[in-house]
Ligand binder design. Structure first.
Ligand code: PGA
Length: 234
């Protein structure tokens, strides 16, 4: 059983989410399916699909105009929150420390954070991929996460670019993440792969050791693209 998570980013509408969850109700799959959608779409009944958000405040409540707390997200019935997505790190200056604080707030609200780590093209070319991944996990995942956490490896240079690392690069990254989590007392934490996942490469990627599922951006927006990813593995 795998975890198939969609990240709608700043796309879609309540109508398109209803259309998607309706299309997903009867598919023949035991995989866990999650859709992380904009805040304005939270509260839509996902049926067999778990609904998630894409960010949460590190704060509980108070004078933080524009922010939404993990407790507020939990009150909508959502179960997951992506934290530390590379677009948050890139456009909003989120560091590992900020991501860890947000993840802790998500866990405290009874939700599961999907914590993203991954290297930029510059870091890859400088030979720093493994160091960035390891520090990303050590510094972004709360030590006391108590196994209520999911990690996603998202090579930032491959997101939305139609590029994917080689199978052995994915295998090395996922083994490092699994070993790092084990050394933190978080062995068994699911580790997803994300970046340019589609129906044509999902099964191969999910056959790589230590890949427990996928985090899908563009190909999660339409049932015709998303369903083949979900049904590509048992
Ligand atoms: P992509 O995005 O599947 O469109 O590459 C993945 C992500 O940003 O989570």
């Amino acid at each position: 059983m795998k975890i198939i998570a969609g990240n709608w980013k700043m796309n879609g509408s309540r109508d398109s989410l209803v259309h998607m969850v309706t299309a997903l109700q009867d598919i023949d799959s035991k995989n866990t399916v999650i859709l992380c959608v904009p805040y304005t779409m939270l509260g839509v009944d996902g049926g067999r699909v778990a609904i998630g958000a894409q960010d949460a405040s590190a704060h509980d409540h108070g004078a933080y105009t524009g922010e939404v707390s993990a407790n507020m997200i939990a009150a909508t019935g959502a179960k997951y929150v992506i934290v530390g997505h590379s677009e948050r790190r890139q456009y909003h200056g989120e560091t590992n420390d900020i991501v860890r604080a947000k993840a802790a707030a998500v866990i405290a609200a009874g939700l599961t954070p999907i914590i993203c780590v991954g290297e930029t093209m510059d870091e890859k070319q400088a030979g720093k991929t493994m160091a960035i991944i390891e520090s990303g996990v050590r510094e972004s995942v709360p030590n006391d996460a108590n196994n209520n956490v999911i990690v996603a490896y998202e090579p930032r240079w491959a997101i939305g670019a139609g590029l994917t690392p080689t199978d052995s690069e994915i295998a090395d990254a996922h083994k490092l993440i699994a070993d790092t989590l084990t050394s933190m007392g978080l062995g068994g934490t699911p580790v997803l792969y994300g970046a340019s996942v589609k129906g044509t490469n999902a099964a191969q990627i999910m056959s790589i050791p230590n890949v427990d599922g996928v985090l899908v951006g563009g190909a999660s927006l339409k049932p015709d693209d998303f369903i083949p990813i979900i049904t590509s593995v048992k």
